[in-house]
Write a protein that binds this ligand. Structure first.
Ligand code: DC
Length: 231
């Protein structure tokens, strides 16, 4: 598949977006960018530095001090995220960050900052990016857009297992509450709310194996890469 395209994957939290995005990037030799990790890194910076995110001036000043980069980790076959030269791949997964990230991601200035960087990362194509507004705002011309959904109970258990590995004190109720709250904020906010782009393909993976899902999506990528080559 010589013709590189942009694959935009959107959906609610814990629908398995990053799993498929990572697998896809490895199979295709593409770059994978987790856009949610950027909002999490910004939230981590705000929390550590006591930035009041309701104060516009404080937000603008803090963003000027934030530099985010992605460095490919050969072992993990995915990129680590750096916040001002510190690898924050682990601390951004903390519940303290999860509790606040949707509020931070709803701020207009924060989105403008993150979207500009996301668009720069995609300007050479050959990228898989997942998030909430990738097909609708970041790459409205992406050749392949996927909108993922999964049964809420399946999503809660997936996120619980992921978080339990690093935090054995976490409860299923805490995870459920956090997901419900983030779903609500992410889909009702004024700035680029989560919604399915008109030309996105709906993928419900509640009862699909990872292999089945990957083969299905690879098929779509082949189709779109060929169509793109003929233009
Ligand atoms: O994908 P995630 O759960 O790590 O994302 C964390 C938060 O960031 C999520 O609650 C909403 C926000 N987000 C966003 O607003 N836009 C994106 N493109 C990606 C994430």
């Amino acid at each position: 598949m010589a013709n590189k395209i942009i694959v935009a994957i959107d959906g609610f939290s814990s629908c398995g977006k990053s799993t498929i995005a990572k697998q896809l990037a490895v199979r295709l030799g593409y770059n994978y960018i987790d856009s949610g990790a950027m909002y999490r890194a910004i939230t981590l910076y705000f929390l550590r530095n006591g930035v009041n995110y309701n104060d516009h001036d404080q937000v603008v000043a803090a963003l000027a001090d934030i530099h985010i980069s992605f460095v490919f980790n050969e072992q993990a076959k995915a990129s680590d995220i750096y916040l001002n030269d510190e690898d924050v791949s682990l601390p951004i997964r903390d519940m303290l960050v999860a509790d606040k990230v949707s509020q931070v991601a709803a701020i207009k200035e924060v989105r403008t900052f993150a979207v500009a960087q996301q668009q720069r990362l995609g300007n050479k194509k050959g990228i898989v990016m997942d998030g909430r507004d990738i097909g609708s705002v970041v790459f409205p011309d992406a050749e392949l857009k996927i909108f993922m959904i999964a049964d809420p109970a399946v999503r809660v258990m997936r996120r619980f297992k992921e978080m339990y590995a690093t935090n054995p004190h976490i409860t299923i109720d805490e995870v459920r509450h956090n997901l419900e709250l983030r779903d609500y904020i992410d889909s009702t906010r004024e700035e680029s709310p989560l919604k399915q782009a008109e030309d996105a393909i709906l993928l419900d993976n509640s009862s699909m194996s990872r292999e089945e899902q990957l083969e299905k999506v690879i098929g779509w990528v082949k189709e779109r890469s060929m169509a793109n080559a003929q233009i």
